[in-house]
Design a binder for this molecule. Structure first.
Ligand SMILES: NC(=O)c1ccc[n+]([C@@H]2O[C@H](COP(=O)([O-])OP(=O)(O)OC[C@H]3O[C@@H](n4cnc5c(N)ncnc54)[C@H](O)[C@@H]3O)[C@@H](O)[C@H]2O)c1
Length: 279
């Protein structure tokens, strides 16, 4: 018996990184997957790090199917509510129901003092990281209520959803907003036995942070900083002596929250942060 046998999980940002890892971990434990990703580069993000591709999303499909689970994957932008809802509805029509939600899609823009951040950057980050999470919930809640079998909604925040982060104002605001969405939904949905929680990773070894632009945030004077140079500096942010965690560490937290082991866990901010937020 898998820990989420017979369940269906709706995951945004599933083409790569943590989203793909969540899809695989939940599939290993018996879930079928409805996957969504923008799967293209996002205008305004090029100066930070490259976006995911359609090939990345296809690779997630391949790896889930290799585990003998079903997956319905669609290219859609969480900012586009109608596209997101169509993708979800098509997945539910094919797989029969939806029980677990991982609102994981997000972007990381950074590097300017707050007074220098443009409206365009603020809107891009908050539209994806906050409004996109709300869209994900808005699309799935009617299914969960109508099914009447409860459910688990897991929203991906960050340590930046719990603490201030200098030179990262738009992202930090968006990840705090995710906590507000979670607390509100947890209260609204509790009568339906639908649980809502956030996860708060410290740095995770994905394309989002393993890139020169992010390394330069910590080493502004180095023109081409490397992963090896960045690791000891990242390590100073965590209490445990590690620079970052791996996607599987977040996936195991998502799996716990998704499973019946967490049947009375709602409204919780689950930190997987190597002690970052207590420093
Ligand atoms: N990597 C970290 O250090 C870290 C730390 C804390 C929190 N997070 C959060 O974890 C989540 C996953 O990030 P990751 O580390 O896997 O990064 P990633 O860049 O590898 O993956 C993010 C995925 O989201 C997708 N995406 C982005 N915008 C989208 C949109 N508008 N619509 C649909 N899909 C979209 C991307 O295409 C990509 O596949 C994000 O919410 C991120 O903010 C990451």
């Amino acid at each position: 018996m898998g820990r989420v046998d017979g369940k269906v999980a709706f995951i945004t940002g599933a083409a790569r990184g943590q989203g793909r890892s969540h899809a695989l971990r939940l599939a290993q434990e018996g879930a079928d997957i409805i996957a969504v990703d923008i799967a293209e580069s996002i205008p305004g993000m090029d100066k930070f790090y490259p976006g995911a591709t359609e090939e990345d999303l296809a690779e997630t499909v391949r790896q889930v199917e290799a585990l003998d689970r079903r997956i319905v994957a669609t290219k859609a932008d969480v900012r586009d509510y109608d596209a997101l809802k169509s993708a979800l509805d098509a997945g539910v029509a094919e797989l029969g129901h939806v029980d677990i939600v991982s609102a994981n899609a997000g972007i990381f823009a950074f590097g300017e003092q707050s007074q220098l951040v443009t409206d365009a950057e603020w809107e891009m980050v908050n539209d994806i990281n906050a409004k996109g999470v709300w869209h994900t919930a808005k699309a799935v809640i009617p299914h969960l209520i109508e099914q009447g079998t409860g459910g688990s909604i897991i929203l991906t925040s960050s340590t930046a959803g719990l603490k201030g982060t200098p030179n990262v104002v738009a992202y930090t605001a968006s990840k705090h907003a995710v906590v507000g969405i979670m607390r509100t939904l947890a209260l609204e949905l509790a009568p339906h036995r639908i649980r809502v929680n956030t996860v708060h990773p410290t740095g995770v070894a994905t394309d989002m942070i393993l890139n020169e632009a992010t390394f330069r945030l910590f080493m502004p004077d180095v023109e081409h900083p490397t992963k090896e140079q960045a690791a000891p500096i990242f390590e100073t942010t965590n209490a445990l002596p590690i620079p970052w965690v791996e996607p599987i560490d977040i996936s195991n937290a998502v799996l716990f929250l998704a499973s019946d082991e967490a049947r009375y866990v709602t409204g919780t901010e689950l930190k997987v942060d190597a002690g970052y937020t207590i420093k």
